[in-house]
Design a protein. Sequence first.
Length: 262
Amino acid sequence: MFGRSVEYKTADQIAVMRRAGAVVAEMHAAVRAAVAPGVTTRELDLVAREVLARHGATSNFLGYGARGASGEGGFSGVICTSVNDEVVHGIPGERILRDGDLVSVDAGAVVEGWHGDAAITVPVGTVSAADAELSRVTEAALWAGIEAARPGARLGDIGHAIAATIRAAGDYGIVEGFTGHGIGTAMHMDPDVANTGRPGHGMKLKPGLVIAIEPMVSRGSPYTQILEDDWTAVTIDGSRAAHWEHTVAVTAAGPVVLTLPT
C-alpha cells in the first residue's frame, strides 16, 4: 500500500523486513566480535560479506550510488566503517584499527526485495571515558526516538525525543546534514526522519510505516565535510562521533524494532 510517496507495509511485508533485519543484526554481531587493535576495516567488511552469503541475502550498500553501466562511483563495501572523526559512510579499506579508536559500523541487507539497515558504534580495545559516554548518549537518543514512533504521533516527536536526550546529556553536536529515512522496497525512501524536531509537527505516523532512525552525534561541532573519496563525512573540527541506528516498524501496538537479533 502507498500513501502519497510514502510506502506503507502489510504485516506479511514487515515480517520479511524482520528477516532482513535479523541478517543485519548478525552482521553487526560478527563484526563487533572481529573488532580489535590491528584489524583492518577491509577485514571487517569481509566478515560482514560472509554473513550475507550464509543467509543468501544481498547487500544494499555495495554499488550504492553507482553511475552508468560501468558502476563508477558506487560504494565498494557491504558495510560503512567510520573511525573516530568519521561520522558516516567510511569506506572499508586498509585502515588499521588501533587501541582507543571508536568505529561506527553501518550495515544493510536485502531479503526477497525488502531492506534492513542499522548502525552500531564499537570501541576498539580500551576507549576514553568521554568516547564511551558519547556512544552511550547516542544509543540512548536512538531508543528515545524509537519510543516516540507510535501511531498518532508526528515525525517531529521523534526528532524532539532524540535531540532532548542528547542535549540533556551535555554539550554534544547533533550532526547536521544527515537524517534517518523511510525504508522498504528501497533503502532510502520518504519520509526523512530528522534528529531534531518540534513536538506535534510533521507527518502523522500510521501503522505500516517503516523508518530508519539514526542519530549521529559528535563531541564537538555538528558540521561535517566530505573527504576526497566523495563518501566519508568527517567532523569539521576533528571531534569524534558516534552513530546508532535501527529499522523500526510503526504498528498498532507501538514501535517494533526489526534489526534486533532473533
